[in-house]
Design a protein around this ligand. Sequence first.
Ligand code: NAD
Ligand code: ZN
Length: 248
Amino acid sequence: MSAELEEFADLVRKSRSIAIFTGAGISTESGIPDFRSPGGLWEKNRPIDFSEFLQSEEARRESWRRKFAMESVLSKAEPNKGHMAISSLYEQGKICAVITQNIDGLHQASGVSDADVIEVHGNTTYAKCLDCATRMELERVKEIFAVDETLPSCEKCGGLIKTATISFGQAMPVEEMRRAAEAALSCDLFVAIGSSLVVYPAAEIPLTAKQAGAPLVILNREPTPLDGYADLVLHREIGETLASVTKL
Ligand code: NAD
Ligand code: ZN
């Protein structure tokens, strides 16, 4: 066992209230591409930002096409070794919150209670009205869209319907950001996993924890702009690293 893994295991062993923060990198081993790796979603599809979604019918159509194309991948994806290592620490009562930028629901599928997963970029399993927040199920959107790519509109107020995810340029969910900050301020160890840590304001959350006195660990294949603030940086693969550390 290398010294850095020993150090990571030691921090995990000593901590009682760990905040976990995950990005798309934890789910690549489940077959869901991330944004910024070679071959990732970024290379194929430039993200549609929120103002484009609001302004352009074609952007809204394209975002529903992508959503339904991704669905076959998402519905087959299962939690991997990384998710399972986190859920095993959770079962031992060592984790206070799992803050995630992901929209794939795999932390919940691995056994972390919905109440302890904080989804700062929303959730892709349903849609809602941008004006009155009335929920619309994806099945209903699909029925409407399948005919001739007709765009769904709110059955209550006529507003635009969008998946319940947060796009670039869209306001962050207030309650989730408050809970994430609370976890960052109160945890005794903060572990950022599989995030490029360039998407703000989510990337502020690890810094909040560090400033409040928690040791910060970053586990990511590539360097991140926050590596210099971390107490321990592991440029390693996520699944095997978390599995080996949680077994120690
Ligand atoms: P990102 O794509 O910017 O970064 C992922 C990071 O993980 C990269 O730095 C990459 O090097 C690293 N990585 C990938 N696989 C790894 C592995 N097996 N081991 C170690 N490191 C690995 O992702 P982000 O920072 O989460 O931000 C992008 C945005 O895209 C987020 O808002 C997120 O919501 C969204 N997104 C979500 C999903 C999902 O829900 N699974 C998938 C793609 C994008
Ligand atoms: Zn509405």
